[in-house]
Write a protein that binds this ligand. Structure first.
Ligand code: HEM
Length: 495
């Protein structure tokens, strides 16, 4: 026993000495808390709330150290970056997502988030036109219908005290995303139900748990684990849904296409789900096979519904915590809609400038993807350090959003900063709530349109109150509330 301990101590000292010897002056300083042999691994253990606290602390430590640090995951050296200028440089040169994203491959295959760079490059180019303004304008009716349903569902909570608005928002956003991505019949509860919501939320937990347990990083170990068996169960539910919808939609494709073409020429944009766009590329241009269509559909579902629901949840809570912000939103809504309870149009959306500022400020305070991981495929010379080819680089949106570039009021919720370009940092990566560079969010405009429509309906009808200072969060791939996020609603006016 003693000899094993001695060997370990000896090895640890050796590794530390080796690291010190090999740390040339170009290497960023390590984040605090590294231990011999395991590096910073122990800081990632624990539940997903503890993980979130670690990410926040590392981001602040990195900011204090100048914005670029080294992070040791066992014997691996990785980087942790919070400096906007350096992130810009990294985002421009490195487009390959890190191997950690491969944990999502059994679920999302070669969808945009998990695809290797060569496939991503081709597919992103093919998919960009599906998110053009003309196609997105065709979704406004769906956004309005869904927002009205949500407002109606919330009626049951009026004057009843605090409730969990996230449950309502998750289901509403899931339905909206399923409608726009696949035109799935939301009343068909055999496909779209709480079991499906559960399965997707569980998948987030499984992936983050695997990240936190380095011994499960290798496929060999993971494939023997109980986590893998649980993951397979959830995936069966999710894949069943996309398989069934793909089969049905394929059968309807030609009929629907004929109608769409005739109506489009007469009336302008018509509702056309993303899946039809993928089918068109597959059937008419041979660009995708069935597996690839399904992987893109699963990716759009994952990235579309969970993110918009969470941002809506954080926005309602923040707005409920700042009555003066809520009144400014209401004044803007009055200006645009008067007393009418009509649908939101695309012209209205461009006038809801303050509401958009509120959404962006919410995402700055609570970035949904607080950490983005890239694999460096070349040495990168930053202002003070050189990052080495082949290593992982964690870019912290949480840290970027708290960089001194934002000014002395960086910790305050202040939507007004978005209304004047002079009060915003000049560096484009200072705000990374929708990712960075060419690999940033393909659904940003869709998300803003959908969230603005939803909130216009909600805030026209209800006054919300809450206290975001009571909230605790966790990191389940995306940022999520752990507790304290409940709100109270009251009716603004009778209709
Ligand atoms: C408020 C809502 C949203 C937020 C905050 C958000 C945020 C992000 C972020 C930070 C990334 C980069 C992730 C990374 O590099 O690791 C990303 C990528 C992505 N997002 Fe979003 N997103 C939102 C809504 C949507 C919606 C509605 C869709 C689709 C319907 C979508 C589809 C995607 C896809 C496909 C990618 C991968 C892009 C690529 O690698 O080419 N997102 N999103």
């Amino acid at each position: 026993m003693l000899s094993v301990a001695l060997i370990l101590v000896f090895l640890s000292c050796g590794i530390l000495a080796w690291r010190r010897r090999n740390r040339n002056k170009d290497e960023p300083p390590p984040l605090p808390g590294a231990l011999p042999l395991i590096g910073h691994i122990h800081l990632f253990l624990g539940n997903s709330s503890q993980l979130w606290n670690t990410v926040k602390k590392m981001s602040h430590d990195s900011l204090n150290a100048g914005g670029v640090s080294s992070l040791y995951i066992g014997p691996r050296t990785t980087y942790f970056v919070t400096d906007p200028e350096d992130c810009l440089h990294i985002a421009k040169t490195s487009l390959q997502n890190d191997a950690f994203y491969d944990f999502g491959k059994p679920w999302l295959g070669d969808g945009l988030i998990t695809a290797a760079f060569p496939i991503w490059k081709v597919h992103r180019k093919l998919l960009n036109p599906a998110f053009n303004q003309f196609i997105l304008d065709g979704f406004i009716d769906v956004f309005n219908r869904q927002a009205r349903r949500l407002v109606k569902d919330l009626e049951g909570e009026v004057d009843k005290g605090p409730f969990d608005q996230f449950d309502y928002l998750l289901l509403s956003s899931l339905e909206t995303t399923c409608l726009t991505v696949m035109a799935v019949d939301v009343s068909d509860k055999s496909l779209l139900n709480s079991e499906y919501v559960h399965a997707t939320q569980n998948m987030h937990k499984f992936i983050i748990e695997r990240f936190q347990k380095p011994w499960l990083h290798s496929d060999v170990m993971f494939n023997r684990s109980s986590l893998k068996r649980e993951q397979d169960e959830s995936m069966k539910i999710m894949h069943n849904m996309s398989n069934t919808v793909l089969k049905n939609r394929k059968a309807e494709y030609w009929d629907d296409k004929k109608c769409t073409e005739t109506e489009e020429t007469v009336k302008g944009p018509k509702f056309r789900p993303f899946m039809d766009f993928l089918l068109e590329l597959a059937i008419e241009k041979d660009a995708f096979n069935d597996r690839q269509i399904k992987e893109h559909v699963d990716t759009l579902l994952l990235s579309g519904y969970d993110t918009t629901a969470s941002v809506l949840m954080y926005t309602m809570l923040l707005v409920g915590s700042y009555p003066e912000v809520q009144e400014k939103i209401f004044d803007e809504l009055l200006n645009v809609f008067g007393d009418e309870d009509r649908d939101v149009t695309k012209q209205d959306l461009s006038q809801l400038v303050y509401l958009e500022a509120v959404l962006k400020e919410t995402i700055r305070m609570y970035p949904l993807a607080p950490i983005i991981a890239r694999k460096l495929d070349q040495d990168i010379r930053l202002r003070n350090y050189t990052l080495w080819n082949g290593r992982t680089c964690f870019l912290s949106a949480y840290g970027l959003h708290r960089h001194p570039m934002w000014g002395p009021d960086v910790e305050q919720f202040k939507p007004e900063r978005w209304l004047n370009s002079e009060t915003l940092p000049q560096c484009p990566t200072a705000f990374s709530g929708f990712g960075l560079g060419r690999r940033s969010c393909i659904g940003k405009t869709y998300a803003l349109m959908s969230m603005k429509t939803t909130l216009a309906h909600v805030f026209r009808r209800y006054r919300v109150s809450g206290n975001h200072l009571l909230m605790t969060n966790k990191l389940d791939i995306t940022l999520k509330p752990a507790s304290g996020h409940h709100v109270i609603i009251e009716m603004r006016k009778k209709t």
